[in-house]
Design a protein around this ligand. Structure first.
Ligand SMILES: [Zn+2]
Length: 80
């Protein structure tokens, strides 16, 4: 196992000393500063995307329900 990765997928940069930090190592190997910012950002983005997706689905469902309800009541309310 090589100590330094040749091509890391995602690296964070230590805000303290500017050292590149691998995503697996949550703290800077140079100064030991924890890399919280980079690690915290991804879950938040995923959460936002999830909420947006949920909102979209709910909106779609409400629309479909409203539509079917509307057409249903219209058909029922028709005199003929
Ligand atoms: Zn550092």
């Amino acid at each position: 196992m090589a100590p330094d990765q040749p091509r890391p997928r995602e690296t964070g940069i230590c805000s303290r000393c500017g050292q590149l930090v691998a995503p697996e190592g949550n703290r800077c190997p140079r100064c030991g500063s924890p890399m919280k910012v980079h690690n915290k950002r991804l879950p938040i983005l995923i959460g936002i995307a999830g909420v947006l997706a949920l909102l979209f689905v709910v909106l779609l469902m409400v629309r479909v329900i409203q539509r079917s309800d509307d057409s249903d009541s219209t058909t029922q309310m028709e005199p003929r």
